[in-house]
Write a protein that binds this ligand. Sequence first.
Ligand SMILES: [Fe+2]
Length: 283
Amino acid sequence: MSNLKLAAKITHVPSMFISEQPGPNFGCRSAAIEGLKEIGRRCDALGVDTIVVFDTHWLVNTAYHINSRARYKGIYTSNEFPHFIQNLEYDYRGAPELGDDIARRAAEKGVRMLSHHVDTLEVEYGTLVPMRYINADGRFRVLSIAAWCPWHEMEDSAKIGASVREAIEAGNANVAILASGSLSHRIHDNNEAVAGIHTISDEFYKQVDLRVLDLWKHGQNKEFVSMLPLYSKVCHGEGFMHNTAMLFGALGWDGYAGKAEILTDYFTSSGTGQVNAVFPLAA
Ligand SMILES: [Fe+2]
């Protein structure tokens, strides 16, 4: 039986916080929040104890990196969106052994990946925001992998995903993997940002995103991974969508035959396209 219990592409939009607060946008992201909470419930039902997050807010300019702190604990304010995410307290157990094994296996594939045990290496909000809804009580260990990779090859990110899968299968943890980030990610121009909190920045991006979701729903994953490099560029994929390359690398890349289940319908947020989608695993 596989130790990989759940795989998903998820949203982490900060407007989920706004959705929780009284005001004109109260409840606006309730479907997204509910989708994340449902992932948490499924993790419970599947006996998951560890969540690996491919985080498109952790920028790395060279090599691949894993935050293998034994414990993630701190108070987070986003330097990108300090008006949206302030003083978010977090405290999660890490998964250092799994992190080390992933890096070792990536190195065996010729991909430079470093596993860090540095208590001041902070966690980004691509990990922290979804954990707030999936893992509010810290019952799952967390392992954050950098996935904002501007100068990296998609093939290498697929190998990272494959290394994650191998390490999971070789270990004794029950694991969920989450590709945290949007579909298209062309945020609105600054002067349109406030009024555009619920809209896409260009219809083109939305139509391509919807086509991608059709491919996922129909299991046309070979077509999807072949379009992923150009899609990530033309539609400004978040972190260039290396999180998604890692996810599909773990699933089997173009050999993966699963048909995605859409947990939260496609929605547009601050110019970008978002979804919560679960990718079924072979029994
Ligand atoms: Fe983001």
